[in-house]
Design a protein around this ligand. Structure first.
Ligand code: GLN
Length: 538
């Protein structure tokens, strides 16, 4: 069978969960033994979300090959347990950049360069790239934005062309909302009808409709939608709100989304998908035997999407430990010497989040100090690890002005500093230490106990590093390196061995936690937190 291309578009409103529907469909196909990959096409002009503020875009997810991508790629990896790459996230910026580069090279041989066919051809090339050499049975492509947006038009046009070129290999799933009007006591299908009309105006007939709804759809409603939107009734799929996104694949299976997709693409459907590990995960998640409260300290805590992968990693760690993880988000700017005890005294674990810049940094450092002094399990990620180094330098080693040169250029004790090669960098986009790097763990460390191996690889997203000039002093005073980059000797993990569980990592473990493979550091962190009902003074 040639590779099949499934497009997922969205209508009526944004935030309906196209990413979760795409990932759930991919999961079901994978659980039936097919190879699947998912791609996200983002209609904005930035080359990638790496330079965007979390307020604009939520978390920027990083892949093995160092691509800074949309957070939906995180869902894809967490659901499928397979890695993605730069090719899985394409933006309008990247498309235009490629076309303009070709134009400057003279590749268009004097022709006028236009949206159709040049931009649409480049979009189609990026989609087909993933299906090259039949590497996958299915390529699922999620089109960002909402049908009707000016920015989305070239993408919808590319879908129309592909459907026209290979009708038997292309399928379009359209996700819409069926709102419940309390005053009328009814579910309303009109917005769905309108959004399908809009797709039709652009020449695309959806094959399957997934209707997001608060209440169950009656057969009447399904029939009505089928009739008005030219889809058969089995292709009207209900997606009712659920308490966890991890239930969505099970729900989609109940609605026979996988069977409908396969049948429409000419496959014979036999047997059931292998979903046992997934259902076990959901069962554990919904039936915890203990409970912990982890405090997540960052400066974007009011935005749930800003720390998406950390939230999900804690959920995975909770499931494997049969432990409900309550996340108490605390804004780092709100933490002061006076209130730190009040804010943190009842939590079982403290996680200081990654981040950039000066705002809220002293609150993070105070939280680290509280965790260190009160023997509360601590996980510091990237900037969180750097804060742990600064705190230890100031309060244990007595270097009162210890800091990262990101925050204080003039400090006499630059315990966190730029690497030589970073000092020459002037461009902001794509120039950090990004993607997977190896790390060798020390055998007697808590990290080794978690990973159970000495050679690991983790993903990075930062410019600054621990300054090895200070390493001997730190180790003598009790904060030791537990993981080293074998090529550069950079410290990737710090631990305080006499503390219950205190680990700071320069990398981002949250990008590698999946449903089937919860990350060992998160799993051990939650386990350590669950074992400590109330802490004593250290
Ligand atoms: N701002 C820090 C650096 O660039 C940490 C980055 C992060 O937490 N991702 O090194």
């Amino acid at each position: 069978m040639p590779t099949k291309y499934i497009f997922v578009t969205g209508g009526v409103t944004s935030s309906l969960g196209k990413g979760i529907i795409s990932a759930s469909l991919a999961k079901l196909l994978q659980a039936r033994g097919y190879s699947v990959t998912i791609q996200k096409l983002d209609p904005y002009i930035n080359i990638d979300p790496g330079t965007m503020n979390p307020y604009e875009h939520g978390e920027c997810y990083v892949t093995e090959d160092g691509a800074e991508t949309d957070l939906d790629l995180g869902h894809y990896e967490r659901f499928l347990n397979v890695t993605t790459s730069q090719a899985n996230n394409v933006t309008t910026g990247r498309i235009y950049q490629a076309v303009i580069t070709k134009e400057r090279r003279g590749d268009y041989l004097g022709k006028t360069v236009q949206i159709i066919p040049h931009i649409t051809d480049e979009i189609k090339r990026r989609i087909k790239l993933l299906g090259k050499n039949n590497r996958y049975d299915f390529v699922i492509t999620e089109i960002g934005g909402t049908v009707g947006d000016i920015e989305s038009l070239p993408y919808v046009e590319a879908v129309r062309q592909l459907k026209w070129e290979m009708p038997e290999n292309v399928l379009v799933v359209h996700l819409t909302l069926v709102p419940y009007l309390a005053a009328a006591g009814e579910l309303k299908t009109k917005p769905t009808q309108h959004s399908v009309k809009m797709l039709l105006e652009n020449g695309v007939q959806p094959d399957i409709l997934v209707l997001r709804t608060e209440k169950s759809l009656t057969n009447e409603i399904r029939k009505k939608v089928a009739l008005f939107c030219n889809v058969d009734i089995h292709a009207v799929i209900e997606s009712k709100d659920v308490s966890t996104i991890y239930e969505v694949p099970l729900l989609m299976h109940k609605e026979k989304l996988d069977t409908t997709v396969l049948t429409k693409l000419g496959f014979k459907v036999e047997g059931e998908p292998e979903l046992k590990p997934w259902t076990d995960f959901v069962k554990n998640l919904k039936n915890p035997v203990t409970e912990v409260t982890i405090s997540l300290i960052g400066k974007y805590v009011e935005l749930v999407d800003a720390y998406k992968s950390i939230n999900e990693s804690l959920i995975h760690a909770g499931s494997i430990n049969k432990c409900k993880v309550n996340i108490r988000r605390i804004h780092s700017e709100k933490i002061t010497e006076e209130n730190v005890e009040e804010l943190l005294k009842n939590v079982n674990g403290i996680l200081v989040a990654p981040g950039f810049g000066l705002r809220g940094i002293e609150g993070k450092i105070l939280a680290v100090k509280y965790a260190r002094m009160n023997n509360i399990p601590f996980l510091g990620i990237c900037l969180g690890m750097q804060c742990a180094v600064v705190e230890f330098g100031r309060n244990v080693l007595g270097m009162k002005d210890a800091h990262s040169t990101e925050m204080d250029h003039e400090t006499k004790h630059p315990v966190i500093d730029l690497m030589e090669e970073q000092k020459q960098v002037t461009e902001k986009g794509g120039t950090m230490r990004l993607g997977a790097y190896p790390c060798i763990l020390k055998k007697n460390s808590k990290s080794y106990h978690a990973y159970k191996k000495t050679e690991i690889s983790e993903r990075h997203k930062h410019r600054y590093e621990f300054n090895n000039y200070f390493l001997a002093d730190y180790e003598k005073a009790g904060m030791v390196s537990a993981g080293i980059n074998p090529d550069t000797n950079l410290v990737e993990i710090f631990e305080i061995p006499v503390h219950k569980w205190f680990i700071g990592v320069q990398f981002h473990p949250e990008f590698k936690s999946t449903v089937l493979n919860p990350h060992p550091l998160f799993a051990e962190f939650v386990k350590a937190a669950a074992a400590i009902p109330k802490t004593g003074t250290f």
